[in-house]
Design a protein around this ligand. Structure first.
Ligand SMILES: [Zn+2]
Ligand SMILES: [Zn+2]
Length: 290
């Protein structure tokens, strides 16, 4: 398992790699533009190429994930918001592709009461349009659909829903899934014993399929099990606990995956001690599995 961290990108994005190396992360995740603003960051081809070079110069940090802008809502019934969302996703994916990212993690959005089935064709179309819009450098950067914490009318609250979205997009190979441990916990799926983790992984295999699971977001939870709220906590300080996370992290099907911390640290994101705590929970999970 590769332990990663969401870090601030900084000017030209390259500082992300230095910061990741400083805190001992095996992979980093960044926003390619301000996550709560529509305005895309314009990166020239030389900036993108420089990032690829810098990635090679940071052998400790094996790859980069991008997290899409939070404002994007592919499930919205509002046509203006839908257009803005599609354009923003395309800009996000172009940068992710340009820097050679391993995946672009996306929250699908909320249908705002219009209904999952009604929203589904628009979601699928928005995803395919984005995937087809980018110029591929080496291999296509996949869009990784993240499971939601289950608030309001969010799409992607279960692996069944994520599988339906992927099906609606024709099972496109460039679509994957990112499993966020805090969102899963908040959406009421238990995984804190070996038996529960086994059951969860059987569910993942039976719905989206294990080959689609390309990333974990490793977060403890500020809110109780089933609270349907997206609130991350440092590993071991939340309601899941280090032991609970260990039960999942030790699962044999997850061992090749990156597990990216999106924890608050002391207010400024993951620190070296958070990366160490994550590695410790993973090692504990391996022992548990014997
Ligand atoms: Zn996440
Ligand atoms: Zn979250």
């Amino acid at each position: 398992m590769r332990i990663g961290a969401h870090v601030r990108a900084g000017k030209g994005l390259v500082p992300a790699l230095d910061h990741g190396a400083e805190i001992g992360a095996d992979v980093v995740q960044i926003f390619t533009q301000s996550p709560r603003m529509w305005k895309p960051s314009q990166y020239g081809p030389e900036v993108l190429a420089a990032y690829r070079d810098a990635q090679r110069d940071h052998p400790g940090v094996s790859s980069t994930f991008c997290h899409a802008t939070y404002l994007i809502n592919l499930a919205t019934p509002d046509p203006e918001l839908a257009d803005k969302s599609r354009a923003c996703l395309q800009a996000n994916l172009a940068t992710a592709e340009g820097i050679g990212a391993e995946g672009l993690v996306l929250h699908i959005g909320s249908h705002r009461g219009s209904g999952f089935e009604t929203a589904l064709p628009g979601v699928a179309d928005g995803l395919l349009e984005a995937l087809d819009s980018v110029e591929v450098v080496d291999a296509p950067c996949p869009i990784l659909l993240e499971n939601a914490a289950g608030a309001g009318d969010t799409v992607g609250r279960s692996f069944e829903e994520l599988a339906q979205v992927i099906d609606a997009a024709g099972g496109d190979e460039r679509l994957g899934v990112c499993l966020d441990t805090q969102h899963l916990w908040a959406s009421g799926v238990p995984f804190t014993t070996a038996e529960e983790a086994d059951e969860l992984m059987s569910l993942v295999a039976a719905t989206v399929g294990l080959d689609r699971l390309l990333c974990l977001h490793l977060n403890d939870s500020k809110v109780p099990f089933g609270a349907n709220k997206d609130r991350h906590e440092n590993i071991g300080d939340g309601t899941i606990g280090a032991d609970g996370l260990a039960a999942l992290l030790g699962h044999p099907d997850l061992q090749g995956l990156p597990a990216v911390l999106e924890v608050p640290g002391d207010g400024d994101g993951p620190r070296a001690e958070d990366v160490a705590a994550a590695r410790c929970a993973w090692q504990q999970g391996l022992l548990l599995r014997g």
